[in-house]
Design a protein around this ligand. Structure first.
Ligand code: GDP
Length: 534
């Protein structure tokens, strides 16, 4: 009886609501226009009133992750967060990925939590190094991708050449969905091939045009303009050579529909949003052990892909971002942290909207909820209502830069331990203790991560630190099926061994060569460059 009063069935969100969720990320090389596109998507959805708000003072913390001092100084984004917005009965969860390559670890983990991605390409530059890296992560998980070729209001490369490059470099089928009429100073608008409609240079919808390209070339008004006529000829070539759009091929990660547009001028953005709504997949089964978790499974489960500490310095908060995989979550629910074997009561979960946080009373698969906690939740943790499932595929990467932490004020050793532990839980760094010696060792993937680490340890914990090289530049987790061989290896290499935060043994090497030699000398030992978290 009491139960019915607490959670009246009539009010409950049906589990099948997950089908209205579109959980996605934007991947791009820095400067391609991800931030601008994010703003304009929020604008197109009505989530914010005026573009530029995303960057406005005070709103910044809640809307974007560009709130850290260091990233403001450098003008780059270094951490991920989530923005939820609604439109036409759909709920879009946009997970922000940091653009700079030093933070790709964080990005990889964020991409484990999305069902699709938008790949933004600069029309003048085509596929750049970071685009390619991120694309490869998407391919590992068959994440479907919609391509947005940005900045057509500027001079750029020939659209046909760009389609070829995308198709060849990424080994994907491409097909145009929105085509540019001219470019740069000669930009005359876009053709929305799905709707059979022109899009004006100010982004507004223009008149209907035939979606059949043969008929299009009979459109005298368009053909009278030499730039439009040339673009339509190119479009004819593209359509005759390329496959038609096939939503299943897209959802399987084999085909990318290509949209041209200008995020800055908000041209082609509403059409992109429409396509995410129409085509992007609803939450899919999540890889997990002992078996994948279906969003239809009634057992509530989810995994932490991101922990952000001290989002608000005054409150010292620490929020774990949980991507729900199944069931209908209700506030107050008890969920078991599968790794720690401990139950937690989720009493104040949050949704993050473009300009606000809100208490999350109910949530379904695909939703992301923020769970405030004091260190009980780490990146990679699975939370589950009843079943002992563990979501898999959230990697820790072997660091490429290894440093000893130098503490100038020995009185602050305790604060340092807390700071390093917190930031390691967030995934900002990896922290090791050497088998011999007492100093902390940190490992990061890119040099900028060290700056972020030092700045945050000082600003948020009041502990000034420095780093010194210790002669190692490679770390590998070690494992073996042969317990005796492992013990023998650990005993013989004590001076170059450490343990990670979870006590797993780590071997440090001063060169690739030293690593290869160790692998040769100890054939029973596996040297692992990634380790599953949690
Ligand atoms: P991010 O690094 O990928 O987040 O890129 P930003 O959104 O910060 O954009 C990088 C630069 O490109 C900024 O100066 C933007 O104003 C500019 N930009 C973004 N989109 C467009 C566009 O459609 N046209 C033009 N001309 N510039 C753009």
């Amino acid at each position: 009886m009491t139960e019915t009063l607490e959670a009246p069935a009539s009010k409950a969100v049906p589990q099948a609501e997950y089908k209205t969720r579109r959980t996605f990320a934007i991947i791009s090389h820095p400067d391609a226009g991800k931030t601008t596109l994010t703003e304009k998507l929020l604008l197109a959805s009505g989530a914010i009133r005026m573009a530029g708000n995303v960057r406005a003072r005070g709103e910044q913390r809640r809307t974007r992750s560009d709130w850290m001092e260091i990233e403001q100084k450098r003008g780059i984004s270094v951490s991920s967060s989530v923005m939820t917005f609604e439109r036409d009965g759909l709920t879009f969860n946009l997970l922000d990925t940091p653009g700079h390559s030093d933070f790709s670890e964080d990005t990889y983990r964020t991409l484990t939590a999305v069902d699709s991605a938008i790949m933004v390409i600069d029309v003048a530059k085509g596929i750049e190094s970071q685009t390619l890296k991120l694309f490869e992560v998407c391919r590992l998980r068959d994440i479907p991708i919609i391509t947005f070729v940005n900045k057509v209001d500027r001079e750029g490369r020939d659209p046909l050449e760009l389609l070829d490059e995308i198709s060849d470099t990424l080994a994907l089928d491409v097909t145009p969905a929105v085509w540019p009429l001219g470019m740069g100073v000669d930009f005359k608008g876009l053709i929305d091939l799905n709707a059979g409609r022109l899009i004006n240079t100010d982004g507004s919808q223009g008149r209907a045009v035939p979606s059949d390209v043969e008929a299009l070339s009979g459109d005298n008004q368009l053909m009278a303009d030499p730039h439009c006529a040339h673009s339509i000829e190119n479009l004819q070539l593209a359509l005759s050579a390329l496959p038609d759009f096939d939503v299943e091929a897209y959802r399987g990660g084999h085909m990318t529909p290509v949209f041209f547009g200008s995020a800055l001028k908000t041209v082609g953005v509403p059409e992109l949003l429409q396509a995410i709504g129409d085509w992007a997949p609803a939450p899919r089964p999540q890889p997990a052990e002992p078996e994948p978790v279906s969003p239809d499974d009634e057992n509530v489960s989810g995994f932490v892909f991101k922990v952000q500490a001290n989002m608000d310095k005054n409150h010292r908060d620490r929020v774990a971002f949980l991507r729900l995989c199944s069931g209908t979550f209700r506030r107050g629910m008890k969920l078991k942290n599968v790794r720690a074997g401990r139950e937690i009561s989720v009493t104040s979960p949050m949704f993050f909207f473009a300009q606000d946080r809100e208490t999350a009373d109910e949530a379904v698969a695909g939703d992301v909820i923020g769970i405030p906690n004091h260190g009980t939740l780490s990146v990679g943790d699975t939370l589950s209502e009843a079943k002992p499932v563990k979501v898999t595929g959230i990697p820790n990467f072997a660091p490429e830069i290894i440093r000893r932490v130098r503490l100038s004020d020995a009185m602050k050793a305790k604060q340092l331990a807390k700071a390093l532990n917190d930031l390691a839980e967030e995934g900002v760094t990896q922290v090791y203790r050497p088998v011999i010696g007492a100093d902390y060792i940190v490992g990061v993937v890119g040099p900028l991560q060290l700056d972020v680490l030092a700045t945050r340890v000082e600003n948020e914990y009041g502990v000034p630190i420095g780093f010194e090289p210790i002669g190692y530049d490679t770390a590998r987790w070690v494992a073996s099926d042969d317990a005796k061989a492992l013990k023998d290896f650990l005993d013989r290499n004590r001076s170059t061994m450490g343990t990670d935060r979870q006590g797993a043994p780590v071997f440090f090497a001063n060169s690739k060569w030293a690593l290869e030699r160790a692998a040769k000398n100890f054939p029973e030992i596996r040297f692992l460059a990634t380790r599953e978290m949690g």
